[in-house]
Each structure stands twice: as structure tokens, then as C-alpha cells.
Design a protein around this ligand. Structure first.
Ligand SMILES: Cc1cc2nc3c(=O)[nH]c(=O)nc-3n(C[C@H](O)[C@H](O)[C@H](O)COP(=O)(O)O)c2cc1C
Length: 383
């Protein structure tokens, strides 16, 4: 879909959300995307479970689901109970998920996330790798509670090669598992974002320094993944302006456009902007990207602490569609409302997000037990 397709759709931005769209070789029934949200419920060995398959299948009415971050290798694990995409058991687990989503009529990409400096030996058994030996500020979640972030080891040329290969293998595994595609995670402070950022990339080699140096590894990884599984099955997530996890990109207005100039000719399935708002940088990126643009509008200040917006995110969605997004990702409302598109389309009341249960980790409670319309309009879930 190009801008042309987007503008030929309804002039009412909210109505546009419920119109079909094309993404790569997929036909989407609506323009609402469920963005990746880690729920830390993988079984031992990072294996996706039947419960995860049920959770995603319940949300199959999304135009597109992008599943939670999965690690391409052992050292890339961020937090406890995150799934992986590098063993046969993990592929079998993801196959359960992809099959369940498809059987329910949905479409699913898997997100590949290497944590870089966001990792801990108590979680992965390994010292994390990063562009530079600069630890994450603050603390990190480990199986033993809050831990001190370790000083990561600066990646060597061999590490870069191996990591690129691991992204390629993870993408191949996602397709082997039956997923419709892969989202490369270069947002929110994880490894690929660490290469882009001036605060985390102090390398003296050709992968650091200038804008051209700091985008180099991300461009190589995305190109390699697209070459392996096809650009129409490859998406990229970035988060310009999101300072989470000690990220500062001092020259963001130069770096992100340069990144898109390098990647736009590939014809990727989509570009996904996390924590998007209609800023001049958003407009500049929109102008440079004639492929599908997914925007996830949210407040980067306290995204996980905020209650979900009363309108389910419709006003923010309308603003970002007006600013040129093709598809809109809405996160936390999808956790609480498995049938979010139908509720937003009909104006049905929304289930609140349960605050008495953890988002990260646990079982079915607060995960697969949110009611769909019909159940909820007579029996609201306790908040
Ligand atoms: C519980 C939770 C887990 C998340 N996990 C991921 C993740 O695995 N990968 C990612 O790129 N973003 C992740 N995010 C960020 C979301 O994709 C989204 O950008 C954020 O929630 C803001 O959108 P919202 O206000 O619509 O929820 C997560 C957010 C939440 C709330």
C-alpha cells in the first residue's frame, strides 16, 4: 500500500481503521495492528506454549498481530521467560501459535529481538554483548528480582557476523514455524537500537561514529533478513524519540532519515514506528518511506504505568492517520480486549486492563481470560 492507497480510503480517519489494506502479500481486513508485547510466559528453553497460542488466536481479528519479542540466540535473551527462535522446540512452539492464529482467520509476524546490553547472566547464563562496553543505567529484571546491569562485552567483528547469521536463522525459523513474516526489532533500546544511539555506540570501527557508521549494522541485518525470507515478509521497528533504556540519538533528525534512505529501496513489508506522534521527524520519515507505515502512538514518558486511554486509543489513532500513517498499532487495549477491532468499530465498552495481575509472567489469569463482547457488556471484569 502506498500513500495513494491510503488517501483513496475514507476521509474519516477513524473509519479508515476499519477498511482493508495490503501489506506485503497479505490482505488485511482492517488497519489495526496488535504490536509486540512481551508477556513472559514461555516454557523452559524459551518454548512458546499452547496458552500463548490461545492468547494470540483470541486476538486474530487484528489486521496484523506482531507477536512478542523472541531472541535469536542465547546471549540475546533480555528478561526471564522470553521465547526464542533458535531451537527446534521453539519453532514447534511458534508453529502452535501461528497455526492457531491462522485457524482463527488472522495474520502474524514474529518479532526478533536481541537484547544487546539488556541482558543478565542470571537470565541467559552469559555476559551480554553490545556495540560498546557501556552498561544499562538503573536495574534489570532477572529471575532473582532486580539485578545490577552487567558491563556488556564490546562486540568483535566475529560477533557481528555471528549475530547477523543468528538474525537470518531466526527469520528462517519464523517462516518454518508458519509465521507470515518477521519484524526486526531496532526500537526501545535493544541491541540494534544500541547501534543507532550516540549514548550506547562509542565504537571506533566502521560500525560507530558517524551516522553512516551507526546505521551500518542495522542496515546489514535488515538486508540479510530480507534477502533470506523476502522483503515482503520483513518489517522493521524503530522508535525515534523514545529515551527508554538509556537511549539518546543526538542526531536523530539526520540518522533516522538516513536509515530509511538506505532501506526504502528494499521494498520491505512495513516500517513500524513505536511511540509515534505527529512531529516534524514523523513527517520527514513519512515522506521518505513510500511503503506501508505502521504507527504506534503512545506517550513514551510512562507507557506501561498509564491506564489505557478511555477511547481505546481512537483519538491518537485518528491524529496519526491524519499525519500519514497507513496502519495504527494499539497495544495495551489489545491485552484487555481480545476483540478490540469490533469494540472500537461499534463503540462497545472496553474492558479495563487488570492492574491486580502482573503483565509480565503468570498463567491464564489476566492473559486469556478477558471476555469478548457479549460476555463483558453484561459482566464487566473487575478492575
Ligand atoms: C506488557 C508490554 C510488553 C511489551 N513488549 C514489547 C516487545 O516485546 N517488543 C516491542 O517492540 N515493544 C514492546 N512493548 C511496547 C508496545 O509494543 C507498545 O509500543 C507500547 O505498549 C505503547 O503502545 P500502547 O500505548 O498502545 O500500549 C511492550 C509494551 C507492554 C505494555
Amino acid at each position: 500500500m502506498t500513500n495513494e492507497t491510503a488517501t483513496s480510503a475514507s476521509e474519516n480517519p477513524v473509519q479508515r481503521l476499519f477498511e482493508p489494506a495490503r501489506l506485503g502479500s497479505l490482505d488485511l481486513p482492517n488497519r489495526l495492528v496488535m504490536p509486540p508485547m512481551s508477556r513472559n510466559r514461555a516454557a523452559a528453553g524459551g518454548v512458546p506454549t499452547p496458552l500463548m497460542a490461545e492468547y494470540y488466536a483470541q486476538r486474530a481479528s487484528a489486521g496484523l498481530i506482531v507477536a512478542e519479542a523472541s531472541s535469536p540466540n542465547q546471549v540475546g535473551y533480555t528478561y526471564p521467560d522470553i521465547p526464542g527462535l533458535f531451537t527446534d522446540s521453539q519453532v514447534d512452539g511458534w508453529r502452535l501459535v501461528a497455526d492457531a492464529v491462522h485457524a482463527a482467520g488472522g495474520r502474524i509476524f514474529l518479532q526478533v529481538e536481541h537484547g544487546g546490553r539488556i541482558g543478565h547472566p542470571d537470565t541467559s547464563g552469559l555476559i551480554p554483548l553490545a556495540p560498546s562496553a557501556i552498561p544499562l543505567p538503573g536495574y534489570i529484571h532477572t529471575p532473582n528480582g532486580h539485578g545490577t546491569p552487567p558491563v556488556p562485552r564490546e562486540m568483535t567483528a566475529a560477533d557481528l557476523r555471528d549475530t547477523r547469521e543468528d538474525f537470518i536463522a531466526a527469520a528462517r525459523n519464523a517462516i518454518r514455524a508458519g509465521a507470515d513474516g518477521v519484524e526486526v526489532h531496532a526500537a526501545n533500546g535493544y541491541l540494534l537500537n544500541q547501534f543507532l544511539a550516540t549514548s550506547t555506540n562509542h565504537r571506533a570501527d566502521e560500525y560507530g561514529g558517524s551516522v553512516a557508521g551507526r546505521i551500518k549494522f542495522v542496515v546489514e541485518v535488515v538486508r540479510a533478513v530480507a534477502a533470506e525470507i523476502g522483503p515482503e515478509r520483513t518489517g522493521l521497528r524503530i522508535s525515534p524519540g523514545n529515551p527508554h533504556n538509556g537511549i539518546e540519538v543526538a542526531d536523530a533528525d539526520e540518522l533516522f532519515p538516513a536509515l530509511l534512505d538506505a532501506l526504502a529501496p528494499l521494498g520491505l513489508a512495513y516500517l513500524h514506528l513505536a511511540y509515534a506522534s505527529p512531529t516534524p521527524l514523523f513527517a520527514a520519515l513519512r515522506r521518505r518511506w513510500d511503503g506501508v507505515l505502521i504507527a504506534n502512538p503512545s506517550n513514551p514518558e510512562a507507557p506501561e504505568a498509564d491506564p489505557i486511554p478511555a477511547d481505546g486509543g481512537l483519538a491518537a489513532a485518528a491524529r496519526i492517520l491524519d499525519a500519514g500513517a497507513d496502519l495504527v498499532a494499539i497495544g495495551r487495549p489489545f491485552i484487555a480486549n481480545p476483540d478490540l477491532p469490533e469494540r472500537l468499530r461499534t463503540g462497545a465498552p472496553l474492558n479495563p486492563l487488570r492492574t491486580d495481575l502482573p503483565l509480565y509472567g503468570g498463567g491464564a489469569a489476566g492473559y486469556t481470560d478477558y471476555p469478548v463482547i457479549g460476555a463483558s457488556d453484561t459482566q464487566p471484569v473487575p478492575a
